[in-house]
Write a protein that binds this ligand. Structure first.
Ligand SMILES: [Zn+2]
Ligand SMILES: [Zn+2]
Length: 162
């Protein structure tokens, strides 16, 4: 895949990743949130951590083995539909002893969850972060919703209603 094709793919998928409420900017200081892997993000300036919907669901499912979609939705504030989509799309990890293997859509490496291997996913998020930095310099908030952040006190409170 050429660099141009990859950029096109990133643009096309940006709306998709936003449906999982990727934290683009820090709720504390407004700097760019850097992807740390598995739905976890850290502010490049103040170090505050945040999670996208996938990260919230993943953390919950890890601590509550066997939780169903309804319980997970209630505990994380993530819509049941999003959780079902994550399962369907393989974004939630399959069991370690499963014979089913997924392939990275970019390089074809064998993976246990998601669409991309950790290396390609890092590059993918790095490009999104670059786009966010550029948008920020132009005064365009690029998906950062002040509405959503209003009233949050920095603790993991999920105010998204659905
Ligand atoms: Zn920050
Ligand atoms: Zn890959």
């Amino acid at each position: 895949m050429s660099r141009e094709e990859r950029i096109e793919m990133l643009k096309k998928e940006f709306s998709e990743i936003n449906t999982y409420n990727r934290p683009t900017y820090c709720a504390e200081c407004g700097a760019v949130m850097v992807f740390k892997g598995l739905g976890e993000y850290q502010c490049e300036k103040c170090g505050a951590r945040d999670y996208d919907d996938y990260g919230k669901v993943r953390n919950y499912v890890e601590m509550h083995m066997g939780a169903n979609a309804a319980q997970t939705a209630k505990a994380t504030g993530v819509a049941q539909k999003s959780i079902r989509d994550m399962l369907k799309e393989g974004k939630l990890e399959i069991a370690q002893n499963s014979a089913i293997f997924l392939k990275c859509e970019i390089c074809g490496a064998t993976i246990r969850s998601g669409k991309y291997c950790p290396k390609c996913e890092m590059n993918y998020h790095h490009d999104l972060e670059e786009m966010a930095r550029k948008a920020r310099h132009h005064g365009d908030t690029f998906g950062y919703s002040t509405e959503r952040r209003k009233g949050e006190d920095g603790s993991k409170r999920f105010t998204r209603e659905q």
